[in-house]
Structure formats: C-alpha cells, structure tokens
Design a protein around this ligand. Structure first.
Ligand code: 0L1
Ligand code: MG
Length: 260
C-alpha cells in the first residue's frame, strides 16, 4: 500500500474479509495509526457496511479480561459494532466457508430496554437500562495473520467481530448476581474452561457502562433494542470443523454452537 489513509485501511480490511485472507498489521506500515484514527477507520468500515444494506443492531466489548489482554498483548478494552449480517440464529452453525480462522467465546449479552448515553454512566445506571440478560456466543475472526495485532489494528478491524448468537431465553436483570454468574464451556461434551462474570471488568454492567462512556466521546449512544456483548468470559476456542461447542450458565441457560 503506497500510502495508508482511513479509506485505504477500510478497503484493505473489507478485501481481507471478502476474500477470507488474513494479512499483516496495518500499524507496521502506518505507525501513526493512533487510537482516535483507528476508531475513525472502524466507523468508516461500518458506514460502508450500512451503505451495502447492513443495519446496526448493537455493540460489543472486547478484551475486557486482563488475562485476555495480556495474552493478546493489548492493554485496554475496546468496542466494536454489531450488524444484522453478524447474527447467527440459535442452532445455526458457524459458517466456516465465510470466515478465515474463527474462534468462539462465551459471553453475557444484554438486550437494552432504554437508550444509554454517556458520559459518566455508572454500572448501576447501565444495568437499569437493560431489559433482559442472555447467554451468548461470539464468533471472532481477525483479519490479521495469527490474530497478531496492536491496539490500533484490532480497533480498526471492528474488534475482530464476525458473528454472534444470543439465547432466546430472556432473563430479567433484577435479582441476578452477574458478577457471580458462572459458566462452563465444553467441546464435544468435554469440559474445557469455566469462568464467572467477574472476568468481564469485574461485572458485565461495568463493561456496559464503559461502552456507553466510550461511545459518548464519539458523540454516540447505545440505543434501545440493541444487543450488547459484554466480552469473552473464557479464552476463545477454535471453531474447527465438526465441533459442538456448548456453554452452560448458572441461571442464564445453555447454548450450543456447531461448525459447518
Ligand atoms: O471480543 C473480543 O474480545 C475480541 C476483541 C479482539 C481481540 C481478539 O481478536 O481476540
Ligand atoms: Mg468477544
């Protein structure tokens, strides 16, 4: 690439997604890609998808656990956009033929009952705007080789977003202890990992508040009816062909995802 700009970065990331081809870090060639510019790339990428007919249905948080931040070599949580094209109906397989190297992670998801706009949103206020809580899986897929990126790269790449599924079982938020909510992740019936809601910035509502406050800095808000994915609870597992990945939550129910 002769010279990187917001437009050329969007072109390149969309090309990699379309052609299912990963590539090197943009920041290797565009070291001046700071966080503010990376979010402008992310927003421009979303605008291209909306121009192509996609509809924004929510936001996601990524890298909300310190353990995952350390593993990915990135020291901050981040946000990304969810569109209707990323929705996997419950029971639908991960579409391996449309992805590069997908991984799956269990998440606590919120459906928003009210608009939530920062700044200064507290976890308590954030939770009061939630209509229902759900078991969720996010399928992440990086447009970077081996999921290797700096913060600017992964923000520009819409936080590795790819697909997501949210359980149709809607649990009212009142009375839930989401910090203590436990989940157990299994592959083909074998347990592989477990976590509680504390893995997500101490409490999933803290992640929701962070998203609202981050979006406010860009003049944006979380809208009523949107889905919010609050961040991976455990390590993401590879979506290899023929796998059935299952998560069992204490009170949010269970969800299974197959790969095809
Ligand atoms: O949802 C996530 O936590 C993913 C954020 C980006 C980091 C990654 O690709 O693992
Ligand atoms: Mg995630």
């Amino acid at each position: 690439m002769a010279e990187w700009t917001i437009d050329t970065a969007v072109d390149e990331l969309l090309r990699r997604e379309r052609e299912r081809q990963d590539g090197g870090r943009i920041t290797d060639q565009w070291p001046a890609l700071d966080l503010g510019t990376a979010y402008r790339v992310q927003d421009a990428l979303l605008a291209r998808k909306v121009d192509a007919g996609e509809r924004v249905v929510g936001v996601k948080l990524g890298l909300t656990s310190r353990a995952k931040q350390r593993r990915m070599g990135v020291d901050s949580p981040l946000t990304g956009w969810l569109t209707d094209a990323m929705v996997l109906p419950e029971g639908a397989p991960v579409p391996l033929a449309e992805t590069i190297h997908p991984r799956v992670e269990p998440e606590i998801a919120f459906t928003m009952g009210e608009r939530l706009a920062g700044p200064d949103v507290t976890p308590e206020r954030a939770l009061a705007a939630v209509a229902s809580v759900h078991a969720g899986f996010e399928v992440i897929d990086s447009r970077y080789r081996d999921f290797s990126f700096a913060l600017g790269d992964v923000v520009a790449d819409n936080a590795s977003s790819c697909r997501f599924v949210v359980s149709s079982t809607a649990v009212p938020p009142h009375g839930l202890d989401l910090a203590a909510e436990g989940c157990r992740l299994g592959i083909d019936g074998d347990p592989v990992d477990q976590a509680t809601g504390t893995a997500v910035l101490g409490h999933p509502a803290a992640a929701l508040a962070l998203a609202a406050n981050d979006l406010a800095r860009r003049g944006l808000a979380i809208e009523a009816g949107w889905t919010v994915l609050t961040g991976g609870l455990t390590d993401a597992v590879l979506a290899e062909p023929g796998r059935t990945i299952t998560v069992d939550f204490d009170t949010l129910g269970s969800l299974s995802l197959t790969t095809a």
